[in-house]
Design a protein around this ligand. Sequence first.
Ligand code: IPM
Ligand code: MG
Length: 378
Amino acid sequence: MSKYKIAVLPGDGIGKDTIEAAINVLDAVGFSEKAEYTYGDIGWEFWCNEGNPLPDRTIDLLKESTCSLFGAITSKPKDEAAKELKPELHNKGLVYFSPIVKLRQLFDLYVNLRPCKAYLGNPLNFRDDIDLVVFRENTEGLYVGIEWHPVPEAVMKTIVENHPKAKRFAEANLDDVAISTRIFTRDGVQRILKASMDYAKKFAYPTVTVVEKPNVIRETSGMMIREARKLIENYEDVELWETNIDAMAMWLVKNPQNYGVLVASNMFGDIVSDLAAQLIGGLGFACSGNIGEKFAVFEPTHGSAPKYVGMNKVNPIATILAAKMMLDWLGENDLAQKIEEAVAAVIAEGKARTYDMGGVTTTSGMAEAICKKIAELN
Ligand code: IPM
Ligand code: MG
């Protein structure tokens, strides 16, 4: 059998430590015998030295790979990023962009799947009966990157001529206005809704909650709700709930156990998935899959945590669970299950606890505990 080609992109900061931890766990379940890992360049270092945080060679590597396991990257606002370029690259018009956002769009990874399940024994759980799965649209919405500052005259003119509510901006100084667009397409909306409903059906979640704001954002959020109402007709055992993003934040803190699958556009999904992650222990436990029709990139939801670099300190469970999601996507469900059981058992035992859980176990120590548990359970 030919081997899986896994592009490993540790990225910046603690991404390097947590990826190493996850690879150790993949070794422990025997996946590494079936895989070929190729490490790729991505992140801040390549922005500073090459003016590109996602070099073409990395894109080529991904195109040849079955899927990718990604660590974390450092992102900074554009002006700060420009200052950190090496001197030869200054004043060349280079503009920093988020490589993970670019990857999602370039490879059309339209589902951002973010399971948030409480593992028993985790001292950080808000409640022990939380089992939420966030489906975040991953390619459109406020993340399309179509924005202006200052606003070009032609853009402002078109808006003012075509929308009655834009008249009040007609006289504005163009340098004093900034515009970021939120674009939804019917296809984009339908496919994320369908993915969320298929998942609910497959894993017997009774509800799919659309998390938008159609009472104010009538056209984009409205399109999402209208399409959801049509699509749900195909799912007998799944009920559609509609909750505004602001109310959802409140309900998730009040009654998170009542929810199952949540589906939201890109920015709302970004926000609600951080909230949901905190309910089950925070970013140390939050894993994601960026999934398209033929390719996928799995990553922890957390960032590169510069203040913990080189300390072997952070919780690697989010990355280990991202690796578990990768195995599920590859159809290696038995191996995925082994990781899941070992993680659950280690948390339940409560002997290995990283600093976020109130313990002193290191990143590599937590990976070791999980590897030992895998051996024990076999
Ligand atoms: C996430 C992150 C990213 C996002 C950042 C790092 C660009 O917050 O994956 O949720 O906004 O999508
Ligand atoms: Mg986020």
